[in-house]
Design a protein around this ligand. Sequence first.
Ligand code: VG1
Ligand code: CO
Length: 542
Amino acid sequence: MAAVTTVATTPIAGQKPGTSGLRKKVAVFAGPHYLENFVQSVFDSIGDTAGQTLVVGGDGRYHNRAAIQTILRMAAAAGFAKAMVGRGGILSTPAASCVIRKYRTFGGLILSASHNPGGPDEDFGIKYNIPAGGPAPEAVTEAIYARTQTLREYRLVEAAAVDLDRLGEQRVGAMVVEVFDPVADYAALMETLIDFDAIRALFADGFRLRYDAMNAVTGPYAVEILERRLGAAPGSVVNAVPLEDFGGMHPDPNLVHAHDLVAALTGPDAPDFGAASDGDGDRNMILGRDFYVTPSDSLAVLAANAHLCPGYAGGLAGLARSMPTSAAADRVAARLGIPCYETPTGWKFFGTLLDAGRATLCGEESFGTGSDHVREKDGLWAVLMWLNILARRRVGVAEIVTAHWRDFGRNVYSRHDYEGIDSAAAEGLMAHLRGLDLTGRELDGRKVALFDDFAYTDPVDGSTSHHQGIRVLFEDGARIVYRLSGTGTQGATLRVYIERYEPDPARHGLDPQVALADLIATARRLAEIEARTGRTEPTVIT
Ligand code: VG1
Ligand code: CO
């Protein structure tokens, strides 16, 4: 038995997990006791860890390897019998969920700040996923946070560093560490859900794809699945090697940060299909030639066409979307005669619905789409679903989406982010909105049907969550939603979500910024955005 060292510590303020885990600057995480306090608080909060198996891996960003070595020594001291670690410390978030479930483990620690930049001066993050494979629900994250506030010591065994690049078994104290191929189990799962033969035939017919892994975690997954197994031309996957600083890229797959991909998909010689994923592989952006698919539309299209994909040929039990996500999915659910649940922002809220078999597909407007195959959103899965649908329907991306609008009408949608604003100003803006009383009033010619701060009661376990976003719901179906980001590490980010339903196909081609101009103006005026934040325009529009 290796020696266990007990280290005295004191509680560190602010270790409260946000929308998706604890995220801070690398310098904070690398500071004395910071990571250790949090990891010990997790181990102290999740039940008896003795004899259990823990999955560990991350998106490869700076500090990933160092953090894993510390976590392994602490896991051994906590009595875990085994730790499963992705080779090189690499494990995409959806692959981690897959492995946690497949090997019936006691959950996992995922090291990532997702779409936030990486590097010595950038962000790091950690979150605990439960044995079902999903992000810890609020009751668990609250228990972890409470523990961080009383923690007095943590424990770790004395042991040499694990060779994270060598496949197979090693030991840390009495704990077995299995370094495994992070791609294999995930790729095998995809083969059970997606019509690989149909996609192979599509590529054989000359279909061209560009997948931008943004120097983040999905590179190895995308090369193996898209190029090796499905036959996309070599080089179709770009920025395919995970780098500690993502090569300076901001691995957030949207129109602003994935601008190279957007440019590459423009013009007559562009590939047929473009896609990108984020730092940890759970997000996706879908592009056609000269065409951008909003994440909300993507969810609706996937739901309407899921029967073409083998994993979903038997039908869908239900859909779920986060509250700020557009109601395009609701229209598909109504057509299919299945429920569509509306949850607070954050994938953790889908877990109970997926576990209970109430929802099959889920999505968020923030480039997140997934299904009950894992308990995380899954960027590459969404790309494969799209390819499966394109291979079966043999029309372009733009045609699929515009036909969908003709059929269902278009939920014209846009999100405006005001990043890095002063925190006090952001809180003041939200307080100002909460103080308004708008239900029944008229705003710029539209009658407000409901004005509230979204609260949610989980239909499966009855847990409740409050203050999940200010909603202005108009009688004509239009809406404005305001919330503050829970994933940033600097200042505050205000997100404003704007939506309006457009049944008239003649108006479906309008630029959403034009089609929504009046609502955008109302949204800015109502929240006094310029006066309170000094910003006249958002930093990111998606
Ligand atoms: C954002 C998105 C949310 C998503 C979360 C985690 O949260 O809005 O939909 O679930 O990021 O995504 P927020 O609180 O900043 O709005 V990821 O890919 O960063 O794990
Ligand atoms: Co992510």
